[in-house]
Design a protein around this ligand. Structure first.
Ligand code: ATR
Length: 277
């Protein structure tokens, strides 16, 4: 019997997840299928219950369904509880759906394992205070950066996140204009602006010499924030393709109990992307 998995989202047609999971399955010799299914928010509950009633084993949920998946899951991992969002659902042997969030762990793995970037002892800045930021805060704080600042257009949302996570660490919350005169070792872009080729207004000298820029979004061309990092002489200016593959590997591990090697898959998808440019 082939075990069935899928990713739900809307839109979903450009998703790389079916390809990534197929590569993982081949590599680890797991007998499974993985499809992408377009599911708008209003159809989420019906689509998920049908999928699991039909014997589906696990789901990934992406935009705009992660908060709905969090509400739907009967049990949740601590990191999913902190994120208030679920990107991975697993049908457990006891019949209860487990919700996990592997996004933050995927980001940390990409930074530390794939790019040898340590967060410990670094001054970290996150741009944006939406769901993407909430999803990565707990795993980032676990790495014990010296400081963590969230800058957002709507300052109250950054302050709200700082308050929600105050049991883990002191988080500085501010607006973009408050960044003038400050410097950071690592800047993560978690705004949705980058995808429409826009950037928050960022002062010059924000990034320390040899600093790191990382855009959680990815695209076939360099994103606006990746270009900003290049222009400001970042030692590395990366996008989120590696994070995507690492969060998928963590989901695969939750479902199958086998951890796929990600290096070859990252190299392959990067090469395919380069060939389209
Ligand atoms: P996601 O789940 O991707 O985080 P979201 O919850 O809608 O999506 O959050 C989007 C984030 O991008 C927010 O921080 C938003 O800023 P506001 O909270 O002020 O709305 C930020 N954002 C979107 N477009 C932006 C732009 N043009 N400039 C700066 N920030 C932007």
């Amino acid at each position: 019997m082939t075990d069935r998995y899928a990713v739900f989202g809307y839109p979903i047609n450009h998703s790389k997840s079916p390809r990534i999971h197929q590569l993982f399955a081949e590599q680890t010799q797991q007998n499974l299928s993985y499809q992408a299914q377009a599911v708008p928010a209003e159809q989420f509950t019906t689509a998920v219950s049908e999928f699991f009633a039909d014997g589906g084993k696990g789901l990934n949920c992406t935009v705009p369904l992660k908060e709905l998946a969090w509400q739907y899951a009967a049990e949740k991992t601590p990191r999913a509880e902190f994120a208030k969002a679920v990107n991975t659902l697993k049908m457990q042997d006891n019949g209860l759906l487990l919700g996990d969030n592997t996004d933050g762990c995927g980001l940390v793995r990409d930074l530390t394992d794939n790019h040898s970037i340590q967060l410990n002892g670094k001054r970290l800045l996150i741009l944006g205070a939406g769901g993407a930021t909430r999803g990565i805060l707990a795993p980032l704080l676990e790495q014990q950066p010296t400081s963590l600042t969230i800058a957002n257009r709507t300052v109250a949302k950054a302050q709200g996140l700082a308050a929600d996570f105050q049991t883990l660490a002191i988080i500085n919350a501010c607006g973009f204009e408050d960044l003038v005169g400050q410097q950071f070792d690592i800047i993560l872009n978690a705004t949705s602006a980058s995808l429409s080729d826009q950037l928050p207004p960022l002062p010059d000298n924000l990034l320390v010499a040899n600093g790191i820029c990382y855009d959680l979004a990815y695209s076939n061309q360099a994103t606006a924030f990746v270009r900003w990092g290049q222009q400001h002489h970042a030692q590395k200016s990366l996008d989120g393709l590696g994070m995507l593959i690492e969060q998928a590997a963590e989901a695969f591990y939750l479902w199958r109990g086998v951890r796929p090697q990600t290096q070859d898959v990252i190299a392959l998808l990067n090469a395919e992307r380069a060939a389209t440019n």
